[in-house]
Design a binder for this molecule. Structure first.
Ligand code: AVI
Length: 320
């Protein structure tokens, strides 16, 4: 396979490792139970997220794609050819691939916690773009990570589309972006997509679609937890809840117990009453100005910003 020599398949999520069990247990045992949204992404979760991106209600993907289509050449001009493009949360790699013909990166470094899904996508992509050196990293980058020596390009440009930055709290986002800046090097930068505050009904529908795909995506986390920590969640006993919280400027996703129940897992147990929730994800929404301020707090200098005609989504190039 073209991938065999240049794929770094490291830090495969250790199913049932002490660290994973401890992390998940701590959240499930908290008075307001929570889990990290990174556990939404096992192989099925990644496929469900792909399906979400095709839903009519889920405007971020197509809105961002329309911005890439309209301004890709401008973005390539701002970034310059021959960079090492480090794609955070690359998933199926489709967004970065759509920019390759304009951006002409020398190296492509997709990073994703959903390792097997990523490796499948990169194997196909390498055949389409044999001239680009590809180094896939199957790891969890959410709490920072070291770039391996093989990412040696002088100009390291982080690509963080899809408003995934919104899944961090603003404080966590600043810390995370500071880490990227430190890794980008003096000539490096960041091309980032961010979802903007808009009409509440549009936001609510995007996270609670008519087909129930987002509900399946959320509920699938329980299957993933069963696998990771040997839990006995019964998916039928839970329901998807998602809404915009205007005070916190975020979509909140929860799983709500439909009946009184007990969950046990390796090393833990908890009773849930009917209506009790596990908070599974936040998706923060910004104004253009509030996001520029956040980038500045992280030490980035904003070079350009592109938006769609409704101002629903923004793509920003920032210099390190
Ligand atoms: C990956 N992330 C930016 C998505 C979002 O919109 O926050 C995840 C998602 N959750 C529900 N639908 C999509």
């Amino acid at each position: 396979s073209p991938l065999a020599s240049n794929t770094i398949a490291q830090q495969r999520p250790a199913h049932g490792s002490e660290a994973v069990i401890n992390e998940i247990s701590a959240g499930l045992l908290a008075s307001d139970a929570y889990t990290s949204p990174k556990f939404l992404y096992d192989s099925l979760g990644s496929k469900l997220f792909e399906a979400i991106c095709e839903l009519p209600e889920y405007y971020p993907t197509r809105t961002e794609a329309s911005i890439f289509a309209a301004y890709g050449a401008d973005m390539a001009h701002a970034i310059g050819e021959g960079a090492s493009l480090i794609d955070l949360g690359a998933g199926n790699c489709a967004k970065a691939a759509s920019l390759f013909p304009l951006l002409k990166p020398a190296q492509y470094v997709p990073v994703d916690i959903s390792r097997d899904f990523l490796l499948g996508a990169v194997a196909q992509l390498q055949q389409r773009f044999p001239q680009i050196e590809m180094t896939a990293l199957g790891l969890d980058f959410s709490s920072g990570f070291e770039l391996p020596d093989s990412v040696r390009g002088e100009r390291r440009v982080f690509f963080y589309p899809g408003s995934s930055i919104g899944n961090f709290s603003p404080e966590q986002a600043v810390t995370f972006l500071r880490g990227l800046r430190a890794n980008a090097g003096a000539d490096g930068g960041l091309l980032i997509g961010v979802d903007l505050i808009k009409d509440r009904a549009v936001l609510d529908a995007a996270y609670d679609d008519a087909l129930g795909v987002t509900g399946a995506f959320n509920l699938n986390m329980l299957r993933h937890l069963n696998h990771l920590i040997g839990a006995d969640f019964d998916v039928d006993q839970w329901q998807h809840v998602a809404f915009f919280n205007p005070e916190k400027s975020r979509i909140e996703m929860h799983l709500e117990a439909r009946c009184p129940l007990t969950v046990t897992w390796r090393g833990g147990e908890r009773d849930f009453s009917r209506g009790e929730r596990i908070h599974t994800e936040d998706s923060y929404k910004y104004t253009r100005q509030s996001f520029v301020t956040l980038l500045e707090k992280a030490g980035f200098a904003t070079s350009r910003m592109w938006t769609d005609k409704n101002n629903w989504f923004a793509v920003i190039h920032a210099r390190a």
